[in-house]
Design a protein around this ligand. Structure first.
Ligand SMILES: C[S@@+](CC[C@H](N)C(=O)[O-])C[C@H]1O[C@@H](n2cnc3c(N)ncnc32)[C@H](O)[C@@H]1O
Length: 254
C-alpha cells in the first residue's frame, strides 16, 4: 500500500451521519443497521468473497501487518462482524485469547463464534466500548465507519482503550478520484455487485439491502473527515494508504 494523508483528499471535519435523511433519529438508524446485519450475517462471508474477488483475507492480513500488529499484542477488533479481520489478527498474534471482537449485531456475533474459538466476543458499539482504559495495544475496525453516526465519540473511545503509543487501524472504502476509476466503481457497485449478490443470497432480494450498501458507499466518510476526527481525538501521526484508489487503510498512534 502506498499514499499519504494529503493524497487521500480533503473532506472537511464536519460530522458525516450516513443516511440521516432517511433515519432522522439515531435509535431508528441503529435499529435498521442492526436488523440489516442480523439478516445478512449468514451470507456475509460469501458476499465479501464476491465483492473482493477473493482478495479480502490477504488484504486484511497485509494491512494489519503493515500497521504494526505483531505476535503477543492485545487486539480489539471493533465491528468484528463474522470475524474477517479478527481471524487474520489471530494468525498474527498467535493466540486467540489476545483478541477481542465487538459488534452490535447478534447475528454477526453468532457467525463469528463459529470461526473464532477462544476469541472473546462482546455485543456493543464503537461509541461505548465496555473495556477498561489502556487495555489494548492495537485496535482495528474493518468497513464500518460508514455506520457510525458519531465519529468523535467512537475515536475518543478508541483512544481511551488503547495504551499510550498503541495503534488504531481503520479499513474503509473511499470514492475514487479519477473519472475512469469512478465509472468502473459505479458499474461494479451499482450493477455487478448487486447482480452477484442477488444470485448468491436469493432470500435477500428485498432490494433494501443493496440499496443501503449503495447509499453507504456513495456516502463514504471522506478521508479528510476521518483524519481530522482522529487528530481531534488526540491521535498522532494520522495517515492514509490507498490501494486501487478505493481501498483505504487509516492508521494513527494513541
Ligand atoms: C460491513 S460489516 C464489516 C465486518 C468486518 N469488520 C469485515 O471486515 O468484514 C460492518 C459491521 O459493523 C457493525 N456495526 C454497525 N454499527 C456499528 C457501531 N456503531 N459500532 C460497531 N460496529 C458497528 C455491523 O453490525 C457489521 O457487523
Amino acid at each position: 500500500m502506498t499514499g499519504s494523508a494529503s493524497e487521500a483528499g480533503q473532506g472537511g471535519t464536519a460530522p458525516h451521519p450516513v443516511l440521516a435523511h432517511r433515519y432522522a433519529r439515531a435509535e431508528e438508524r441503529e435499529g435498521f443497521v442492526r436488523a440489516l446485519f442480523d439478516a445478512t450475517a449468514p451470507h456475509y462471508d460469501r458476499i465479501d468473497r464476491i465483492f473482493s474477488l477473493g482478495t479480502g483475507p490477504g488484504y486484511r492480513r497485509r494491512a494489519l501487518r503493515e500497521a504494526g500488529l505483531r505476535p503477543g499484542m492485545r487486539v480489539l477488533d471493533v465491528a468484528v462482524g463474522t470475524g474477517l479481520v479478527a481471524r487474520q489478527a489471530v494468525t498474527i498474534t498467535g493466540d486467540p485469547a489476545l483478541v477481542t471482537g465487538l459488534d452490535p449485531s447478534e447475528g454477526m456475533l453468532a457467525e463469528a463464534r463459529k470461526s473464532l474459538p477462544g476469541v472473546t466476543l462482546i455485543q456493543g458499539r464503537a461509541e461505548r466500548i465496555p473495556l477498561p482504559d489502556a487495555s489494548v495495544d492495537f485496535l482495528s475496525m474493518g468497513y464500518a465507519l460508514r455506520h457510525v453516526a458519531d465519529l468523535g465519540a467512537a475515536f475518543a473511545e478508541y483512544r481511551r482503550v488503547l495504551r499510550p503509543g498503541g495503534t488504531v487501524l481503520l479499513l474503509e472504502i473511499g470514492r475514487p478520484e479519477s473519472r475512469l476509476a469512478h465509472l468502473i466503481e459505479r458499474f461494479y457497485m451499482g450493477a455487478a455487485i448487486p447482480a452477484l449478490c442477488w444470485i448468491a443470497a436469493p432470500r435477500h432480494r428485498s432490494g433494501e439491502l443493496m440499496k443501503y450498501y449503495w447509499e453507504t458507499i456513495e456516502a463514504c466518510v471522506p478521508a479528510g473527515t476521518i483524519l481530522g476526527a482522529l487528530s481531534d481525538a488526540g491521535f498522532t501521526a494520522p495517515s492514509c494508504a490507498t490501494e486501487l484508489e478505493v481501498f483505504r487503510a487509516y492508521t494513527a498512534r494513541a
